[in-house]
Design a protein around this ligand. Structure first.
Ligand code: PBG
Ligand code: ZN
Length: 325
């Protein structure tokens, strides 16, 4: 304190070099996981209307995305499949020749240093769009588990480096851990969508993969956005069941939850910067209302400051480019 009775905080803000010297939080390309939508078709690269710059891409053109990913230094991709046929039990999710399995094999053969994170869920593969099997218009917990286990094992057999179950059935981490271990995949980690809220921010993603529920919503399995203690319970049980990473999803409106999970548990915490968060920034930027680069860097930095170790984001390629400059 000086003799006028105040501190001169501005001393440490006087130049870009000084600010860099005292910066507390850093975004790094290694922190980013880039989601890719793989389409079971030929010769397709279709921009998702509500997600400018994001594509449904067929296997024969996946190299276009992967070459960019590698050139930018991104080390992990999160794969979502869009199958040709959907049915009531999501059979294509656990077909060893399914689109995710083929894409995984293609990436591991051609880009062995890129980590493949496989999203393990049924909603992209069911004709009703729910994340499990349906009984009397209700998603049945225990009957969905074996199908998720089959999906995870099939993804691991194809070469997935990390299994990321996103369906929010109770006991899914325990079931998948046991299934992977029994199949000889005890070294494959589980990145659990431990804390996943029933959020309107998933809208554009559901356009991208055609997984909007045909009836009802996901509120009987995804969490109520009003709840904080419930997030602790979800994290606790997933850790006990054998999770290796904890995802909090969405990110922007749940930074308080990220902070609490970071403070209370010691697994790597992953923030999922979801589709709606992406689309809102894109739309405002396309209108010239905001500075996209500054906004994105500020948002992702805030996720790291809140305690996220890793960020899943559709902005990964842009951010990697900006960080290279
Ligand atoms: C499916 C799944 C969803 C997302 C990732 N996996 C959507 C949902 O629950 O409907 C959302 C991703 C995003 O919005 O970017 N279980
Ligand atoms: Zn799902």
């Amino acid at each position: 304190m000086n003799d006028l009775g105040f501190d001169r905080h501005r001393r440490l803000r006087r130049s870009a070099s000084m600010r860099a010297l005292v910066r507390e939080t850093h975004l790094r390309t290694e922190d980013l996981i880039y989601p890719i939508f793989v389409l079971e078709e030929e010769g397709q690269k279709n921009e998702v209307p509500s997600m400018p710059g994001v594509y449904q891409i067929s296997l024969d053109r996946l190299a276009e995305e992967m070459d960019e990913v590698v050139a930018l230094g991104i080390r992990a991709v999160l794969l979502f499949g869009i199958p040709k046929v959907k049915d009531a039990v999501g059979s294509e999710a656990y077909n060893d020749e399914g689109i995710i399995q083929q894409a995984t094999r293609f990436i591991k053969e051609n880009y062995p240093n890129v980590l493949v994170v496989a999203d393990t869920c049924l909603c992209e593969y069911t004709d009703h769009g729910h994340c499990g099997v349906i009984h009397d218009h209700f998603v049945h917990n225990d009957e969905s588990l074996p199908l998720l286990v089959q999906t995870a094992v099939s993804q691991a057999k194809a070469g997935a480096d990390i299994i990321a179950p996103s369906n929010m059935m109770d006991g899914f981490v325990a079931a998948i851990r046991q299934g992977l271990d029994e199949a000889g995949f005890e070294n494959i980690p589980i990145m659990s969508y431990a804390i996943k809220y029933a959020s309107a921010f998933y809208g554009p993603f559901r356009d991208a993969v055609g997984s909007t529920p045909q009836f009802g919503d996901r509120k009987t399995y995804q969490m109520d956005p009003a709840n904080r203690l419930e997030a602790q319970r979800e994290a606790e049980s997933d850790i006990m069941e054998g999770a290796d990473f904890l995802i909090v999803k969405p990110a922007m409106t749940y930074l308080d939850i990220i902070r609490e999970v970071r403070d209370r548990f010691n697994l790597p915490v992953v923030a999922y910067n979801v589709s709606g968060e992406f689309s809102m920034v894109k739309a405002a930027a396309q209108n010239g209302w905001i500075d996209e680069q500054q906004i994105v860097l500020e948002k992702l930095t805030s996720m790291k400051r809140a305690g996220a170790d890793l960020i899943i984001t559709y902005f990964a390629k842009d951010v990697a480019k900006w960080l290279q400059q």
